[in-house]
Every structure is written in structure tokens, then in C-alpha cells.
Design a binder for this molecule. Structure first.
Ligand code: 2BA
Length: 108
């Protein structure tokens, strides 16, 4: 069994979670904040059988869109970053996905 941790854009979260649940995958949605932009994003936890990981990744990839975002320098400054350290615009990927091996999963 695997635990898929997917960090996606808030704007894509409804489409991704809907598509996953339509195919009977179970999803937990967390409201998270990116450490660089300090903007809200969405982290999905998906427990799946090993053989289903590729399908989960396919769905996430299909519904996640890369975009350019303006860095808010006033948020970045004061955290040890200076004007020279931050680009005015960054390319945010469609999704960042980690796949972790799970020793066991139980529901009590
Ligand atoms: P943020 O940390 O807010 O990062 C947003 C985007 O800013 C990143 O897009 C990347 O293009 C850029 N960026 C991040 N750190 C940077 C740095 N030190 N210098 C220059 N540019 C930087 P993505 O790579 O697509 O990441 C989107 C979000 O996914 C991240 O939001 C973070 O919440 C998460 N993430 C990405 N890689 C991660 C990792 N290795 N571990 C944990 N979370 C990760």
C-alpha cells in the first residue's frame, strides 16, 4: 500500500478531488501554505493500493495546471530574504507528488 501526498493549487483542488472520488479513491484534503510564496495551496492524502498509484498520478496530472504567480515581496522580506533573492514572477508547477510506502493501515 502507498500514501500519496499531492500538493496542488487551490484552484484545481475541486476538479482533482471530484475526479478521484468518482473513481472511488479515498481522499483527505488539507489546507496548507507554501513555504516560499506563503500562499494557500491544497495537500491531498490518498491511500491507495500499489497497482493504483499510476492511475491516481494520471488523474492529478490531468487536472493540475501549472501557472505563473507574482511573488509578494513584502511577505518574503523580513524572513531573511532580500529583494535580490526573490523573482517577481515564479513558475508554480501543476502538482508536487510524493509516494510513500505504508507499513500498515487500519480503521478502528
Ligand atoms: P511554495 O513553497 O509557495 O513555492 C511556490 C513556487 O515557488 C514553487 O513551485 C517554485 O517554482 C518556487 N520556489 C519555491 N521555493 C523556491 C526557492 N527557494 N527559490 C526560488 N523559487 C522557489 P513548485 O515547485 O511547483 O511548488 C509548489 C508548492 O509545492 C510549494 O509552494 C510547496 O508548498 C510545495 N512543494 C514543492 N516542492 C516541495 C518539496 N520538495 N517539499 C515540500 N513541499 C514542496
Amino acid at each position: 500500500m502507498k500514501l500519496i501526498v499531492a500538493i496542488i493549487n487551490n484552484d484545481d483542488s475541486m476538479a482533482v478531488t471530484s475526479a478521484l472520488t468518482r473513481e472511488n479513491f479515498m481522499v483527505t484534503k488539507l489546507s496548507t501554505t507554501g513555504g516560499f510564496l506563503l500562499a494557500g495551496n491544497t495537500t491531498l492524502l490518498i491511500g491507495s493500493e500499489d497497482g493504483a498509484v499510476a492511475r491516481v498520478e494520471e488523474i492529478i496530472n490531468h487536472f493540475s495546471n501549472a501557472r505563473n504567480t507574482i511573488v509578494s515581496t513584502d511577505k518574503s522580506l523580513g524572513r531573511g530574504l532580500h529583494n535580490d533573492d526573490v523573482a517577481p514572477e515564479v513558475h508554480v508547477g501543476g502538482a508536487t507528488v510524493f509516494v510513500l510506502s505504508v507499513d500498515s493501515m487500519r480503521k478502528f
